[in-house]
Design a protein around this ligand. Structure first.
Ligand code: IPE
Ligand code: IPE
Ligand code: MG
Length: 250
């Protein structure tokens, strides 16, 4: 199929509002080419550029990206440093273009745990794009779903201690408001490349009713065509939310 043709198979009335991607397989992509793992991460950033623009063109409201997990600190120091440097340099290089495309950057995760230069760049990018009204690019950095839930529990407890909430006030809605993702819809579609079939601590609370799409393709080889295919497959699913016979987006 020629590039571009595939778009016509999309139903614009059943588009997912929020797509989340676990960008995985950079290391294996590099390894297969006899390259250092960091080359895979660099190739991963290139793949990402195409996907961000595609989501923006498709009028997707939110694109969440798993960029660095709370567990990724277990990797060799050199790789962690290279990833942090890549983050800073990519943000610096791409921020003008992202801003021109009306994209709003938001970062979820424990920002305080990131190196200072990363924190600085992240805050700058959020500040610069805060009034943009297009695609929300939600980057999970030093993010762990369990840590996020604990964070939310603590925020709720604080409010109870300060008499701002009673125990009876606590419900799913209040709890969701204390998550990093406050104000964002839950992901409709979660995509994981690289052949792994797991969440790896990503958006645990928010993924309760997400649809999953997996591919063996490594993230650096992930193209717009894969994204479109994932959305086409998603549109064929029957999202029941525990009820009977409702369709996608209903
Ligand atoms: C994903 O690719 C990038 C990050 C986790 C930061 P990996 O580095 O996990 O690639 P594989 O899974 O080792 O191939
Ligand atoms: C998940 O990938 C984290 C990111 C993509 C940032 P990992 O490669 O860290 O996940 P596991 O270790 O295979 O579960
Ligand atoms: Mg991996």
């Amino acid at each position: 199929m020629k590039r571009g043709d595939i778009n016509q198979y999309l139903d614009i009335h059943k588009m997912p509002s929020h797509i989340a991607i676990i960008m995985d397989g950079n290391g294996r992509w590099a390894q297969e080419r006899g390259l250092p793992r960091v080359s895979g991460h660099k190739a991963g950033v290139n793949a990402l550029k195409e996907i961000i623009i595609a989501c923006s063109d498709l009028n997707i409201k939110v694109l969440s990206l798993y960029a660095f997990s709370t567990e990724n600190w277990k990797r060799p120091k050199e790789e962690v440093n290279a990833l942090m440097n890549l983050l800073v340099s990519s943000l610096k290089k791409e921020i003008d273009k992202l801003n021109e495309n009306n994209i709003k950057i938001r970062v979820i995760g424990e920002k305080e745990g990131l190196p200072e230069k990363v924190q600085k760049e992240v805050i700058k990018a959020e500040e610069r794009t805060k009034n943009n009204t297009g695609l929300i690019l939600n980057i999970a950095l030093n993010y762990g779903g369990r840590k996020e839930i604990i964070h939310s529990v603590k925020e709720v407890c604080k409010k109870v201690i300060n008499n701002e909430l009673t125990l009876d006030d606590i419900d799913e809605n209040i709890f969701s408001q204390m998550l990093y993702t406050n104000g964002l819809p839950d992901p409709d579609l979660i995509i994981r490349p690289s052949g792994e079939l797991r969440l790896s601590n990503f958006l645990l609370w928010q993924s309760a009713y997400s649809e999953f799409w997996f591919t063996p393709v490594y993230w650096p080889d992930f193209k717009k065509e894969h994204l479109i295919q994932a959305i086409i497959d998603y549109q064929k699913r029957n999202r029941r939310f525990g009820s009977i016979q409702t369709g996608v987006g209903e």
